[in-house]
Design a protein around this ligand. Structure first.
Ligand code: ADP
Ligand code: ZN
Length: 591
């Protein structure tokens, strides 16, 4: 802000100086008016230094002492020669040169005004955005080499979800014929460097439509109203070309949850920009063939208005790759690189836990640079090892500490506990995926497909879901001891408590707490029952937890086998999980 002020003061001074100079030139001391005879005499006496010959009726000149005069100019032809012969300098000022002079004045002023405008925009931006990033938005399709699915490795699920979009972009008429409306907006969410931009680009490449890329932060550091205008501009340009993919990186910059409080909620500029975006999106004709893809690191910070049906209603997680994914990415980024035979990329994949695709790409690049420096023809394992430390050193400390063996082991047992207990007590649930790769919510991940929404949940199902939630902590405790349990269960406990409270407070499913809705009691001022509910919750939770622990102790061998497989492969699908469980049972029967 202070530098902004200084700049504008400086600019004003400069402007005044320039204007002053031109004023001086235009209003320089009035020349003395002399008669033609006096003029001729002065010339003869050698008092005239210079004459400006004009094609008008008057002429202007300068005496030797510097003072100026004007006089009539009755003679035009040959006058110059005569004056020159008498030693008077002659400057022919035709009308054209005069115009050129005013022209140069105008040009100077124009340039200066432009400079001033530039400064003022910059200072306003600085004042508004806190930094002077001048970002121009390219609303022209990127003319890079076409990116296709061949350039994307791993991310099978995310890629699969994109196939439908590609088909839609290729044949919108087909979908129209069936009256199908395809998602207009897709959000890709996940940690940085996991290939969200790459995936969006490949969708455009696969469908062979133009790709327009902008960043959400480009829209907010400008004057109020400009962001909205830029959005309209972008869509106008895109529409003129027909089908296309519009990619908005950092979409959270313009669609963040409005923070209530302090300034009473809301940043006008952001709201206007967001509203313009939503208006443009709802203005699409169905099957117009424009798909908007937004990317963000976190889904939960986005304004719900952005996520409602008909807007960005499809959300695809693009997580960190597991060992198989890393292997694929490493293979892809070794294309065209002369790898020595001693390099085992699978081993490299195993050593690069928590690496994103971008980090893997930079790993292979650093290794190639090291090899090129040595120039012995091949990239050796030693180059990759050295590159590994270069890449790791560039990471934030926080990032580095997660690459910790103990963490992985705890996570593996924790997730194995969830998965195993699901299989044991709720076989109707499908465990679609177990992984120790952290997701956007924190620790490892475990995903379960709960059978399709029912109108009613049975008490048994609710109890099962509580026990499954408790199984992570239980597995940690029986494996590493009570003193080594971790914070990894915090989400689980939250969910378990919510479900249990529901059962007791609203659904009349508690023991000894009756068929009462405690919310109604509280809202009527009857509050002394809360201790009873709390005691009941604690006791029930305790008994569920003991039950889960003894269940896991009974199947300790299976728990260990699943955890071991997780440590090795990082992700297991349902088939692999089932196979491990069956193998353990077989071994037990034969033992
Ligand atoms: P994001 O948009 O998620 O931050 P990018 O798409 O910009 O990540 O990824 C940066 C670079 O990392 C890509 O250009 C590519 O070289 C590499 N990369 C990331 N993920 C992958 C992947 N799944 N397959 C191949 N390369 C990848
Ligand atoms: Zn858990």
């Amino acid at each position: 802000m202070r530098t902004a002020k200084k700049m504008s003061i400086l600019a004003s001074i400069l402007l005044l100086a320039i204007i002053g100079y031109y004023i001086y030139l235009y209003f320089e001391p009035d020349p003395q008016r002399i008669s033609y005879n006096e003029f001729i005499t002065a010339v003869d006496e050698g008092k005239v230094a210079k004459v400006y010959l004009d094609d008008g009726d008057m002429l202007k000149g300068e005496f030797q002492d510097g003072s100026q005069f004007i006089t009539d100019n009755p003679r035009k032809e040959g006058f110059k020669e005569e004056l020159l012969k008498k030693g008077v300098a002659v400057d022919e000022m035709s009308r054209r040169t005069q115009i050129r002079d005013t022209g140069s004045f105008l040009i100077t002023m124009g340039v200066f005004a432009g400079f001033l405008y530039f400064l003022s925009t910059k200072t306003v931006r600085q004042a508004q955005g806190g930094m002077g990033k001048i970002s121009s938005i390219s609303v022209y399709p990127e003319e890079e080499k076409k990116v296709t699915f061949d350039d994307v490795a791993g991310m099978d699920e995310a890629r699969e979800s994109m196939r439908e979009i590609i088909d839609f972009l290729k044949n919108p008429e087909k979908y129209a014929r069936y009256g199908a409306r395809l998602p207009r907006g897709i959000i890709l969410y996940g940690p940085p460097g996991t290939g969200k931009t790459l995936l969006a680009k490949s969708v455009a490449g696969e469908a062979d439509v133009p790709f327009y890329a902008v960043s959400g932060s480009d829209f907010v550091q400008v004057y109020v109203g400009v962001g909205a205008g830029r959005i309209r501009d972008l869509f106008k340009k895109a529409r003129e070309n027909g089908k296309c993919v519009i990619f908005i990186d950092e979409i959270d910059a313009l669609g963040k949850k409005r923070d209530r409080g302090i300034d009473g909620g809301g940043n006008d500029e952001r709201d206007q920009t967001l509203n313009a975006l939503l208006a443009e999106m709802s203005g699409f004709k169905d099957n117009e063939g424009i798909v908007v893809i937004g990317a963000t690191n976190r889904l939960d910070v986005l304004d719900p208005a952005l996520l409602r049906p008909g807007r960005f209603d499809r959300h695809i997680e693009v997580g960190l790759p597991d060992v198989k994914g890393r292997y694929e990415i490493l293979k892809l980024h070794s294309r065209g690189k002369p790898l020595s035979k001693n390099v085992d990329l699978y081993k490299v994949a195993q050593q690069t836990v928590y690496f994103s695709g971008a980090k893997l790409e930079s790993l292979m690049n650093e290794a190639a640079i090291l090899a090129a420096k040595r120039d012995s023809g091949f990239i050796e394992q030693a180059d990759i090892d050295k590159a590994f430390y270069i890449v790791i050193a560039g990471l934030e400390k926080k990032d580095r500490s997660t690459i910790d063996r103990m963490d992985r082991e705890v996570t593996a047992f924790h997730e194995a506990g969830h998965a195993l207990v699901t299989k044991l007590i709720a076989p109707q649930h499908r465990v679609s995926k177990v992984t120790i790769i952290p997701n956007t919510k924190g620790m490892g991940g475990f995903s379960m497909n709960i059978p399709p929404d029912r109108m009613y949940y049975r008490k048994r199902d609710m109890e099962s879901s509580i026990k499954i939630a408790l199984a992570g902590r239980a597995a940690e405790e029986i494996t590493f001891g009570q003193d080594n349990i971790t914070t990894g269960a915090s989400n689980d406990l939250e969910r378990a408590t919510e479900t249990l409270l529901d059962m007791i407070r609203r659904l009349g499913m508690g023991k000894g707490t009756g068929l009462l809705n405690y919310d109604v009691l509280y809202s009527n001022g009857i509050r002394q029952v809360s201790d009873e509910v709390l005691a009941q919750c604690k006791q029930t939770m305790e008994s569920y937890y003991e039950e889960v622990k003894s269940l896991l102790l009974m199947h300790r061998d299976v728990l260990k086998a699943v955890a071991t497989a997780l440590l090795e492969k990082e992700t297991l699908d349902e088939e692999e999980l089932d196979r491990i469980i069956t193998e353990c049972h077989k071994r037990r029967v034969t033992a």
